[in-house]
Design a protein. Structure first.
Lengths: 117, 118
């Protein structure tokens, strides 16, 4: 009965590799997000999709590419991984009748700890 | 740019006591939502409480309550009768009402680590 699920939970890889993190939500929400939490626990939004459409695209390297095949899934692909990409990546979802859903709380997945060596 | 400030990197409280975590934010908007999230060692982000800016009444959820001072742009979290399970990182977050055709972001503070002692 998991609401927002991410896989994998842990990901250890070498510099230069390409990796993907998958996210699925079964809450029926229409908006999904990717957040990055750095080593100091600071959480920063990376991307947001509403009904498969990109609505927030923060200043992140273009090595990061989100993909939303449908409104229940939002995957994150990272090319040419660098040491600085090591962090915990959180997927989240929220509900909004329209694109804008500022009053709906975000429901988070349990995070993916990415370690780049 | 909207910013959220949590000036207490760490706090400690004894079991059964009350603790208040502070949060201030900077915005020129009048309509927005404020949230407190809890992140225990399990890493999960859990919504604790939320407050609508146009509601003067402070939100309450069981042992958790807020002191929302809109003019001062302050949004503190009070935890009463603290329990060992309350030990976690607590994040304050702000989200404005977006303008037409745009999306709004949930912006987090830097967090306060709460320790609960016996």
């Amino acid at each position: 009965d998991t609401a927002v699920s991410q896989t994998p939970k842990y990901l250890v890889t070498q510099m230069g590799n390409d990796k993907s993190i998958k996210c699925e939500q079964n809450l029926g929400h229409d908006t999904m997000y990717w957040y990055k939490q750095d080593s100091k626990k600071f959480l920063k939004i990376m991307f947001s999709y509403n009904n498969k459409e990109l609505i927030i695209n923060e200043t992140v390297p273009n090595r990061f590419s989100p993909k939303s095949p449908d409104k229940a899934h939002l995957n994150l692909h990272i090319n040419s991984l660098e040491l600085g990409d090591s962090a915990v990546y959180f997927c989240a979802s929220s509900q909004g009748v329209q694109k804008i859903s500022y009053n709906s709380p975000l429901h988070f997945g349990n995070g993916t700890r990415l370690t780049v060596t | 740019a909207q910013t959220v400030t949590q000036s207490q990197p760490e706090m400690s409280v004894q079991e059964a006591e009350t603790v208040t975590l502070s949060c201030t934010y900077d915005t020129s908007e009048s309509d927005y939502y404020l949230f407190w999230y809890k992140q225990p060692p399990s890493r999960q982000m859990i919504l604790v409480i939320r407050q609508e800016a146009y509601k003067q009444q402070n939100a309450t959820e069981n042992r958790f309550s807020v002191n929302f001072q809109k003019a001062a742009k302050s949004f503190s979290l009070k935890i009463s009768d603290s329990q060992l399970g309350d030990a976690a990182m607590y994040f304050c977050a702000y989200r404005p009402r977006p303008t037409t055709g745009t999306a709004s972001k949930l912006t987090f503070g830097t967090g306060t680590r709460l320790q609960v002692t016996l």
